[in-house]
Design a protein around this ligand. Sequence first.
Ligand code: G1P
Length: 274
Amino acid sequence: MVIRKAVIPAAGLGTRMLPITKSMPKEMLPVLNKPVIHYVVEEAIKAGIDDVLIITGKGKRAIEDYFDRSFELEYYLKERGKLEELKEVEEIGEMVDIYYVRQKKPLGLGDAILHAEKHVNGESFAVLLGDDIIISEEPGIKQLIGVYKRYTCTVLGVEEVEWSEVEKYGIISGEPLGEGLYEVRDLVEKPRREVAPSNIAIVGRYILEPDIFDALKAVKPDKNGEVQLTEGLRYLLQQQKNIAAKRIEGKRYDVGTLEGWLKANIELSWGVRL
Ligand code: G1P
């Protein structure tokens, strides 16, 4: 029942942030002096996760280099007595066990998650999307792990969004159970505002059970040929599986958009001594 493994899909092309993402993974965009993916990995570690699988793709090698040890740099910093910087660089290289698998074709989030099947090996696991940074006292994903421990079912992180924004997200409809918890009745990927069942959006945090893999294999790709995770979850509902959703307490930044990324940089810089 313990969630030990996290999957971080990082194979997307980052089209919303072009042109910078033409030669740089969107996960490596800086928020202050750390890349976005650093915050996401840190959140997982703070939630007790000790095994991280990153699904990468073409042009994503900078992610692997970032989390690797860099002996040349460490030697250089040591020689010059820059011990604080040395400590920081060493710590990144030793944050957690990180594994990588490549998604060879950009066939959607659902297909990326399918690449984790072997690695998670029958365990329930956390998924953290690098588009969202969550700043909160209790790590966002830990809040979902709490719900999983209580109900042992799939858990989605959600947040109310402006109605004008519903078409950017997976949207749920559900039975409120109090304390920001819902029993999910239906979900739909990026609906038009007129047909959205609510304005409660799935943010990039999930606890998934191994049954998601068969569900993702069973659903049809969308009109762009992509397998959507939301469709796999919908399939599970149709199979009478329980899905809970939990409003994540904290501040979320959608760093996959220029506006959200700028906002994260500005707001997180408050209180930082420059
Ligand atoms: C993905 C999911 C969507 C979810 C969103 C959260 O969409 O498909 O259901 O609401 O992440 O960030 P994407 O942002 O990759 O288009």
